[in-house]
Ligand binder design. Structure first.
Ligand code: BG6
Length: 505
């Protein structure tokens, strides 16, 4: 049977730990609702919300109703749909640090199997603070809901650990109680349509692959800029910082997709093995080279999109002498045949002038300049820009002759816009990821070896930054493109960060 059809017939219980939390409210439950509206949930489906808070069944549903209104792609279509969705939601309050809770949970799940007269898939989604991951995984295992049950899966959100040591601690507990195939580590960037489209661009078209190498590509810049500040997440962010929050996962994943070799098939392990090859080829950053290859920043007060905003150290819950970075830039090198000599520049920050995520591939200059210098050849190198958000699409920038008697070359562009081309609305990242988890497809999830290698790569930077407080913090104004040190990092090689330009604006 087609796996999608099979999913619809496979009874499933999703146990959502942290059901009352922000992640469930803003992202997970609206995505489940959208899957429901699209008839992508199994016919027999149950959502069991788990939280310490004493919700009544109805009050949890009301709490979600508001979230769906704000964050679902459909809003609340009509009372009938909403009422039938509410029937799927159950609540099981309790102390998740108590082993008895899990014994009872196992009994509830077994009862449901009996009621359906079928063995349901059990998906445990840990939308909780990370410090609870290991204890919940262990308690599920001890209750007999882990390794020995092929129908169970466990989902974890990033961050897994805050360094290599804590990653190992969590992972050891996880793998003591669950097999690797049962573990789904979410990096929500991988669920974004445009991120998946990188593979389609590269491997569904024969024209890009022949030039996708050091012979034609000069350098690659990956930018993920946000206008938001730390918001209400200071307690998490003060322990994380941008390198852990964004680079260790999202930006490295983007780099893998751009740099990986073509997989033989699109099977989960085939794709993930090719990403691991890139990880292996990434040149380590030694402690004494951190200053050369990495730059960090922290925003001070400023203006973002016409609004006056506070500096990071003035935000609620942030220490007034915080050493946490809200911006970072890295220069990385992939030491293999394809990418030798092509630097990858990564930058990401909060309180930037605009929200934009893009991968900009700069091509080499032509080898011979037949045009007179006055023509302006090499005024701007050709670039391919993969825009991930907000204006999803692909732009090819190249030179054309300006009309007229004089030979003058001008940069022009060809554009593909998702919105203009496809009238279909894209599923949200969480819809895609939840659908894949229920189908048992792990392609878009991070494997333990990838995460371990990512921590290993970044540990020298984290260690050096932690032992050397950012003496000049804050070193960029909110609403600017980051600290001067990031400019120096790239101009050293004669290149520059180009400011993204959005057409929709
Ligand atoms: C999360 C980070 O993983 O990604 C946030 O924890 C960040 O700090 C967010 O704001 C960005 O995701 P998106 O989908 O809004 O680009």
């Amino acid at each position: 049977m087609d796996p999608n059809q099979q999913l619809l017939h496979q009874p499933t219980v999703l146990v959502l730990f942290g059901a009352g939390g922000d992640l469930s409210w803003r992202l997970i439950v609206p995505a489940i609702f959208d899957l429901y509206v699209n008839k992508h949930l199994p016919e027999k489906f149950m959502l069991i919300g788990v939280d310490r808070q004493d919700y009544k069944q109805q009050s949890l549903a009301d709490h979600y109703r508001e979230a769906i209104k704000q964050y679902s792609r459909y809003g609340i279509p009509n009372e009938q749909t909403w009422q039938s969705f509410v029937q799927l939601i159950h609540y099981y309050q309790g102390d998740i640090t108590d082993q008895n809770y899990y014994t009872q949970l196992a009994e509830i799940l077994a009862e449901q199997d009996r009621a359906w007269d079928q063995l349901a898939e059990k998906v445990f989604y840990l939308a909780t603070p990370p410090f609870l991951f290991a204890s919940i995984a262990k308690a599920l295992g001890v209750a007999g809901l882990g390794k020995e049950r092929s129908e169970t899966r466990i989902i974890l959100e990033k961050p897994l650990g805050r360094d290599l040591v804590t990653f190992h601690e969590i992972n050891e507990t996880l793998s003591a109680h669950f097999h690797e195939q049962q573990i789904y580590r979410i990096d929500h960037f991988l669920g974004k349509e445009t991120v998946q489209n990188i593979l389609a661009l590269r491997f569904a078209n024969p024209i890009f692959e022949p030039i996708w190498n050091q012979g034609y590509i000069d350098s690659i810049v990956i930018t993920v800029a946000e206008t938001l500040g730390v918001e209400h997440r200071a307690s998490y962010y003060e322990r994380a910082g941008t390198l852990r929050d964004m680079v260790q996962n999202h930006l490295l994943q983007l780099l893998f997709l751009v740099a990986m070799e073509p997989p033989v098939t699109f099977d989960a392990d085939d794709v993930r093995n090719r990403k691991m090859d890139v990880m292996h080829a990434l040149r380590p950053i030694l402690e004494n080279e951190v200053q050369r290859y990495a730059a960090r920043g922290q925003y001070g007060p400023g203006w973002v999109e016409g609004i006056k905003v506070l500096g990071y150290r003035e935000e609620e819950g942030v220490s007034p002498d915080s050493n946490i970075e809200t911006y970072c830039a890295l220069e990385l090198h992939v030491d293999n045949w394809r990418w030798q000599g092509v630097p990858f520049y990564l930058r990401t920050g909060k309180r930037m002038p605009m929200k934009v995520s893009e991968i900009s591939i700069r091509f080499r200059d032509v080898p011979h300049q037949a045009f007179p210098a006055s023509a302006g050849l090499n005024a701007q190198p050709a670039r391919l820009i993969i825009r991930l958000q907000p204006e999803e699409g692909i732009v090819l920038k190249f030179l054309a002759k300006q009309p007229g008697q004089h030979l003058i070359l001008r940069p022009v562009e060809m554009r593909f816009s998702y919105k203009e081309t496809f009238s279909l609305p894209s599923p949200t990242a969480y819809e895609t990821l939840l659908w894949d988890i229920m189908r048992g497809d792990a392609t878009l999830f991070t494997r333990a070896d990838q995460l371990e290698a990512a921590w290993r790569l970044l540990m020298p930077v984290l260690d050096v930054w932690e032992s050397n407080p950012g003496v000049n913090f804050p070193n960029y104004s909110a609403g600017s493109w980051g600290p001067d040190s990031a400019g120096i990092l790239i101009t050293r090689s004669g290149r520059s960060w180009l400011t993204p330009t959005l057409h929709d604006k």
